[in-house]
Design a binder for this molecule. Structure first.
Ligand SMILES: [Zn+2]
Length: 158
């Protein structure tokens, strides 16, 4: 057996890995449709474990100093107005090793949030609408011709 302490769940709980947090607001439609976003991460990133109060993971500072960067976030298609996503290793090898993105629906996206494109991971849900009947391309011309013939007959009788 190796080092037993590493297998102790209580010990693992104590050593919580550093986890930063950003909170953003996006238009409700982005949550309903799904979207790919770029989210600007500030240089001073709030610690998600202690909510900025200071803990072992953030060395009592309540925040992590990171290089200002943008993190790609894929919004799932949801009916919720509030959710949180986890992005693992947003800063490559550097801490924090996890970023929690708290998302709330609003009227417009908060500063630093850029819409990149639709979320292609989810298939658009069209529902159970029946397919449109296929109309031959010449059908409208037949109606026009009949209509013109009737019109012609009508004017001849005048
Ligand atoms: Zn902390």
């Amino acid at each position: 057996m190796g080092d037993a302490r590493l297998l102790d769940p209580a010990a693992l709980d104590k050593k919580r890995s550093p986890r930063g947090r950003v909170s953003i607001v996006v238009p409700t439609a982005w949550l309903r449709e799904g979207a790919r976003l770029d989210v600007a991460v500030p240089a001073k990133l709030r610690c998600d474990l202690c909510d900025g109060g200071g803990c072992d993971a953030c060395e009592r500072s309540g925040a992590y100093r990171v290089e200002e960067t943008k993190v790609a976030v894929t919004l799932p298609r949801v009916t919720d107005d509030v959710l949180a996503l986890r992005v693992t290793n947003p800063f490559a090898e550097r801490e924090p090793t996890m970023l929690v993105v708290r998302i709330a629906a609003g009227n417009e996206a908060s500063a630093g949030v850029t819409y990149v494109g639709p979320n292609h991971d989810v298939e658009p849900r069209i529902g159970n609408l029946p397919p449109l009947p296929k109309v031959p391309f010449w059908l409208p011309y037949v109606f026009l011709a009949v209509f013109a013939a009737i019109l012609g007959l009508a004017t001849r009788h005048c």
